[in-house]
Design a protein around this ligand. Structure first.
Ligand SMILES: Cc1ncc(COP(=O)(O)O)c(C=O)c1O
Length: 465
């Protein structure tokens, strides 16, 4: 129980711990709803620095999940602390009623990253990825005056009610919500079609195919499936838009066959719909080859949604779109949207990514990790079905049998995660069946960190064989 007493001289209210205060484990389980707490023995965090976090016993962990793909430039980066503090000393919050330098500076800085898509020239600021997707949905419907929306199976776009209609992962679905038109996941590993040249990744599936290196037929088949949705399910083929994560994040780092996103979104655009690129996980240089994931697909979005790494963990998110689409926003209002501290931090994030060459580092260290993981896939018997990704956006799909691709049991996944934690490595887990390790560390990790993580993971997997 918390007691309050007055400090005799300053009259400040201070909190004292009573002798019968609950343990933190007990308190969390009784008074907080944190259904995703990880680990058999919960990890009680004391502080973070760069790519590491430290628990309350002083033990260090290499953080390979970065607060769920959010701490892009590393924990407690001094440049971000300085930017936030500087703004906090001026003022914290005013709302969108006034002109503010930090908001202008950030929007200018962010739009510099749309040099190849100059038509995307208006920013709208909100607080989370879900809010940003909700706003994108609102804009798409207002602009097109249509209500039908297309998404991909295995997608994750947030779990507030409007975005739950866009998210297609079983564990999050609610029977009382109607959804979107759901297209087949163009997954070269687990999908109906896929082969050895599909992915824009140093690592391909082990499936064989008859494709020429430069023409992936799987991509064409999946686009045909999408076309059938328009032909059979949508009145007059009219849709408000299609939401696509440039690489599926929560769904297990699923990459699509080359050209799928370009062809699919062109088809939607030809029918009057908008292409909404969800860059919540794939933006800000993580994929290594490009700053935005959609650029890797050669596609042209009408709306780009971003959050997470945008401000390294400060609650902040954005939608960037064309002026004529932004205009349809009407009386949308968001008290904290464009918070000046968030803008200051987000600006510093962009500067750090550029100055510390973190996108380049993602490509270099990510490719090293991918190549070593693929070797491990081939060396170990029936356990790693697929290794995929780009830069530091990596998935390792676990199976009980490489032939049938039957998902690895959740208990074994958890045993490996817990063993990695015991040995100083924190990983993420995802996929509809919870059988994919998600490797998405801060983009400042080194080759030495990568090798440490590979050793810990290999050891943890081998102990399960
Ligand atoms: C691709 C994607 N879109 C949207 C969201 C929702 O973001 P938030 O949790 O900030 O609401 C997430 C969150 O994981 C995400 O991964």
């Amino acid at each position: 129980m918390l007691l309050r007493s007055f400090h005799s001289s300053s009259k400040q209210i201070i909190r004292q711990a009573s002798t019968n205060r609950k343990s933190i484990n007990e308190f969390f389980s009784q008074h907080l709803s944190f259904p995703f707490l990880q680990y058999k023995e919960h990890l009680h965090v004391a502080r973070g620095e760069g790519q590491f976090i430290y628990d309350t016993n002083g033990k260090r962990y290499l953080d390979f999940f970065a607060g769920i793909v959010t701490v892009g430039v590393g924990h407690c980066h001094p440049r971000l602390i300085e930017a936030a503090t500087k703004q906090m000393k001026k003022y914290w919050h005013l709302s969108t009623y006034y002109l503010q330098d930090s908001v202008r500076d950030y929007a200018e800085n962010l739009l510099e990253h749309f040099q190849d898509d100059k038509h995307l020239s208006v920013c709208l600021f909100v607080n989370s990825g879900s809010e940003a997707n909700d706003l994108a949905l609102h804009l798409a419907k207002e602009y097109t005056k249509q209500s039908e929306v297309i998404t991909l199976r295995n997608s994750y776009h947030g779990v507030i009610q409007s975005t739950l209609c866009l998210t297609n992962i079983a564990g999050f679905k609610r029977s009382y919500l109607t959804g979107s038109r759901v297209a087949m996941t163009p997954d070269p590993y687990r999908g109906i079609w896929g082969g050895q040249y599909c992915r824009d990744s140093p690592i391909q599936t082990t499936r064989s195919c008859n494709c020429q290196k430069d023409h992936c037929q799987a991509s064409d088949r999946y686009v045909e499936q999408l076309e059938q949705i328009l032909d059979y399910e949508v009145p007059k083929k009219k849709v408000a838009g299609m939401f696509i994560e440039s690489i599926q994040g929560y769904g297990g780092s699923v990459q699509y066959p080359k050209n799928y996103v370009k062809k699919a979104t062109e088809l939607v655009q030809q029918n009057g719909g908008l292409y909404i690129a969800d860059e919540v996980q794939s933006g800000f240089g993580r994929t290594g080859t490009h700053f935005w994931g959609y650029q890797g697909h050669g596609a042209k979005p009408d709306i780009v949604v971003m959050a997470k790494a945008i401000a390294n963990g400060f609650p902040f998110a954005a939608v960037v779109t064309r002026p004529e689409i932004a205009k349809t926003v009407g009386n949308y209002f968001n008290t904290y949207g464009g918070n000046p501290i968030g803008c200051a931090v987000a600006s510093a994030v962009l500067d750090v990514i550029k100055e510390e060459k973190l996108q380049e580092n993602s490509l270099r260290v990510g490719t090293h990790l991918l190549e070593k993981l693929a070797k491990l896939r081939d060396q170990l018997p029936n356990v790693i079905g697929d290794v995929r990704g780009k830069g530091l956006f990596i998935g390792v799909e676990m199976v009980t049998d490489k032939e049938s691709r039957k998902p690895y049991p959740i208990e074994k996944m958890n045993a490996i995660l817990n063993r990695c934690r015991d040995n100083g490595l924190l990983l993420g887990k995802g996929g509809n069946f919870g059988n994919v390790f998600r490797i998405k560390p801060p983009m400042c990790i080194t080759i030495e960190d990568a090798d440490f993580a590979l050793n810990v993971l290999e050891d943890a997997i081998r102990k399960e064989l």
